[in-house]
Design a protein around this ligand. Structure first.
Ligand SMILES: [Zn+2]
Length: 332
């Protein structure tokens, strides 16, 4: 166990910065905008795959891969938080579209695992400690370089396994929507992109769906694992939990586009204000970092490359062994 000692600040209230942020209005792109933009880019992407020219074909794969990750990571993430629209009915529709049709996962479990556990209990051992990302049986190189390629195959299999825990009606809906998403992708590759055989269409699906699988896995572990972890019975206050247990990466153009600011350069802000749209997270970033610095609380930032090197170097400690618990002194 390790201890972190902070200067005591009895006068300090969380409400102080809520007042600062109240000037920043809520708003941003809705699910419709996100879906329409990817469809506009996706159509030429599918048409590029008809080309005999290798460069045009590779361009098609790249465009489709980035669009796929925008729908499945950025779209699904914001949809599970209900951050795409104010309407409850549309929130549910977007969540089913992005999570089940596009990502081949179950909407209920995505919301439970991400919003109810990971966000509510960030870095609390046994609850929101990102342990679903640990695969201690794999060595560091297999985990960091090869395991991501299995994500597109494992995602629907894990979803089907989770269906045992839901009502029959929900399970049938999820199975129907996942099949619709996978079959329509396959159908478009055969009928629009002109693939001649089922095998080549399936191989293309696998390649586009694993195009950004590496950064997807890496970002999920880089932003929480290796930072302080807390015990269930001494869970810190929310502001301390997020300040200590979340890390921001710098802005990275492709990842900003496909995963969204809330998962890359504004992850701390996203954990503090999970229902803010992606664009709004970017707007509140200077206020949040200034506030945490003023209060002498950590505002964790590191580069992708530095985290990558750190995880390769300390893989056993971070992803195999049980992480040590950190206790906060002077803050509670
Ligand atoms: Zn989130």
């Amino acid at each position: 166990m390790s201890c972190l000692v902070f200067p005591a600040e009895p006068e300090w209230h969380e409400g102080q910065w809520r007042r600062k942020l109240s000037q920043v209005r809520r708003g941003g792109e809705g699910g419709g905008g996100l879906g329409r933009r990817e469809c506009c880019l996706g159509t030429p992407g599918f048409l590029c795959l008809r080309s005999e020219n290798l460069l045009v074909f590779a361009l098609g794969i790249t465009v489709l891969g980035v669009c796929h990750y925008t729908l499945t990571v950025k779209g699904s993430h914001l949809a599970t938080h209900g951050a795409l629209t104010e309407s409850k009915r549309w929130s549910k529709i977007w969540m089913l579209f992005f999570v089940e049709v596009c990502t081949s996962f179950t909407a209920e479990y995505a919301k439970y695992g991400h919003v109810k556990m990971h966000h509510a209990y960030t870095n609390v051992l046994g609850l929101g400690d990102s342990s679903t990302w640990r695969l201690p049986c794999l060595n560091r190189y297999v985990y960091m370089f090869l395991a991501p390629l299995l994500i597109p195959v494992l995602t629907p299999l894990v979803a089907v396994e989770r269906l045992r825990e839901v009502e029959l009606k929900t399970a049938l809906r999820t199975l129907g929507l996942i099949s619709l998403g996978l079959y329509s992708h396959y159908w478009v590759l055969l009928n629009v992109s002109g693939f001649q055989s089922p095998g080549s269409a399936l191989a293309c699906m696998l390649i586009t769906r694993s195009l950004l699988a590496h950064p997807y896995l890496h970002v999920n572990i880089f932003q929480h694992i290796g930072l302080p972890m807390f015990s269930r019975d001494k869970k810190p206050r929310r502001i301390h939990m997020m300040s200590l247990g979340v890390l921001n990466l710098p802005r990275l153009p492709v990842l900003d586009w496909a995963f969204g600011h809330s998962l890359i350069s504004c992850h701390v802000e996203h954990h503090l204000f999970p229902r803010l749209s992606d664009n709004m997270c970017l707007k509140v970033k200077p206020v949040v970092s200034q506030f945490l610095h003023e209060k002498q609380l950590p505002y964790n930032e590191d580069s992708y490359l530095a985290r990558f090197r750190l995880f390769l170097h300390r893989y056993e400690e971070f992803l195999v062994q049980t992480p040590p618990i950190t206790e906060l002194v002077g803050l509670q």
